[in-house]
Structures are given as structure tokens and as C-alpha cells.
Design a binder for this molecule. Structure first.
Ligand code: AMP
Length: 283
């Protein structure tokens, strides 16, 4: 496995691969790799001739009071994960190379970036879309792999790729979970033991909400209310949001019809957790 830091060397390597007709799969990450990332890499490995994983803790997507400085950066461990999953190139640019002096441009996917998580993390999705577009330009992948764990991010990136005619398929991958249902996340490491014990209740509350949708004459409001009630019973948790939305537009569901997603974000102590679940409607 090659480790590349320089974006232009990354671009040259991928250009050579493309000339040889290789299909390139790309998995952008912020590192602290876990089995969720691993499942994305394995899928990319199965579906492509060459696999690139990037590790870049993107300063643009962190708010001033967020955890940019303390975000975990266990590089040697991450390198081993990439080697053991047969990654071809680990791309690890520096913030200075990604955002040199004078950098001004941002990508805003209007209407999708401001709601849900965007309300609580202003500018976050603009930072995400901007860095992913830059990484796509540098790597030029056929397919980019993203987790449903970050559902709003996935929808925004699919929209961006379509709107800007990017020649890349944004592939949605299922959420990898601990045995007790907690979605794997690099931030789970921040949880204290008592917080960790409460954390699976986030997924349980979403499941209970989704189940409420199959009751006869259930309304969107019943789904949200059921999930919210359970979230409110988690000791020490505060709720940022619980919403039932249309999967494509992220608008609040008005009826239990079509493809819907129940999403929630809570804070447990200093840690913010997000999760989501599809809601199956009986049309
Ligand atoms: P991150 O390093 O947190 O920026 O995540 C990099 C990619 O891995 C994103 O596409 C995430 O959605 C995805 N990811 C993170 N956690 C999981 C998980 N538990 N299951 C599946 N994908 C995940």
C-alpha cells in the first residue's frame, strides 16, 4: 500500500490507473477507522480494480466550539486497517495542501444543508460538500462509498454529484453497529462508561418509532412522538432533534407514504450522537 500526501501525486496516480482502464473506488474518511469504515472499504474492494481511502480531518466542517483539535488521529492503527483490507493508496493530505492561503470557494447544497443537523451545526455540510468535491477532483473515482449512518450527508452528496454532473456514483452503504445496536462512530470513544450504557437507547427509540408507523391509522406525528418519548427517558440525554422526513428532500413527512427516514441527534454529556432508520409504510 502506498501512502500519498501530495494531492497532485494522488491525481497523477489515478490518471495512470484510468488510462489503463482500471475502475477506481474511493472511501473518504476522517480516520479513527472502525468496522463501519472497514465495511465501506471492503465493498469498494469488491466492486473496483483500485481502492483509495482518504484520511483527512477537515477543519471546514467543524464549528468553532466543536472537537476539531481533540478528534482522534491514530494514524498507525488506521494504516494497519487499510493494509489489512487491501487498500491500494492511503491518501493523507494536510490542511495546508487542501486549503492553501487564499482559498475562498465553498459548495452549498441549498435546502438540504440547513435543516436537521445543519440547524445545530451551521456551515457543517458546506464544509463536507466542499472537501468531498475537492477529493473527487483529486482522485477521480468511478464510485465513492458513504455510510447511511450519516444519512443527511449521503443525501447532500448524492444531490451534489447529480447537480454538478460529477462522473461519480455516490454509493450508499448500510450502517455497521455494535452488538447492542449502537451505530459505530469514531466519537463513541468519547463516551464515559455510564453514557456508553445509555447510548444504544438512541437506536431503540428509533426502532420503536418506526414500529409505530405500521399501526393502522398511524400518522407521522405518532412516529416522532413515540421515538421522542423514549429519547426523553434516557438519563442525562438532551435531544437536538427527532424528525420523520422524505428520504430525497429531507422535508418533514406529511403522510406515511413513500420512502421515509426517522432521524435523531442527541447529546450524552459532551458527546453528540446521531442515528437514523428507514420507516416502512403500508401504502
Ligand atoms: P467519518 O470518518 O466519520 O467522516 O466517516 C467516513 C465515512 O464512513 C462516511 O461515509 C460515514 O458515513 C461512514 N461511516 C461512519 N460510521 C459508519 C458506520 N457505523 N457504518 C457505516 N458507515 C459509517
Amino acid at each position: 500500500m502506498k501512502v500519498i500526501r501530495d494531492p497532485s501525486e494522488m491525481a497523477q496516480t489515478c490518471a495512470q490507473w484510468r488510462r489503463r482502464g482500471y475502475r477506481i473506488g474511493f472511501v473518504p474518511t476522517m480516520g479513527a477507522l472502525h468496522d463501519g469504515h472497514r465495511s465501506l472499504i471492503q465493498r469498494a474492494r469488491r466492486e473496483n480494480d483500485r481502492v483509495v481511502v482518504s484520511i483527512f480531518v477537515n477543519p471546514l466542517q467543524f464549528g468553532p466550539n466543536e472537537d476539531y483539535a481533540r478528534y482522534p488521529r491514530p494514524f498507525y492503527q488506521d494504516r494497519r486497517v487499510c493494509e489489512s483490507t487491501w487498500v491500494d493508496v492511503l491518501f493523507r493530505p494536510s490542511p495546508e495542501e487542501m486549503y492553501p492561503e487564499g482559498f475562498r470557494t465553498g459548495v452549498n447544497v441549498e435546502g438540504l444543508s440547513e435543516k436537521l443537523d445543519g440547524e445545530f451545526r451551521p456551515g457543517h455540510f458546506k464544509g463536507v460538500a466542499t472537501v468531498v468535491l475537492k477529493l473527487f477532483q483529486q482522485v477521480g473515482p468511478d464510485k465513492g462509498y458513504f455510510g447511511e449512518k450519516d444519512f443527511q450527508q449521503l443525501v447532500i452528496l448524492q444531490r451534489m454529484a447529480e447537480d454538478l454532473d460529477l462522473p461519480v456514483e455516490v454509493v450508499a452503504c448500510p450502517t455497521a453497529r455494535e452488538r447492542d445496536g449502537l451505530a459505530l462512530s469514531s466519537r463513541n470513544a468519547y463516551l464515559s462508561a455510564p453514557e456508553r450504557a445509555q447510548a444504544p437507547k438512541l437506536q431503540q427509540a428509533l426502532q420503536a418509532g418506526a414500529q409505530a408507523a405500521v399501526r393502522s391509522r398511524a400518522k407521522p406525528h405518532d412516529v416522532v412522538r413515540r421515538a421522542r418519548r423514549l429519547l426523553q427517558s434516557i438519563p442525562g440525554a438532551s435531544i437536538d432533534y427527532v424528525r420523520l422526513v422524505d428520504e430525497a428532500t429531507l422535508d418533514d413527512a406529511e403522510r406515511l407514504r413513500g420512502r421515509l427516514r426517522l432521524l435523531a441527534a442527541i447529546r450524552l454529556g459532551r458527546t453528540r450522537l446521531i442515528d437514523n432508520i428507514p420507516v416502512i409504510c403500508q401504502d
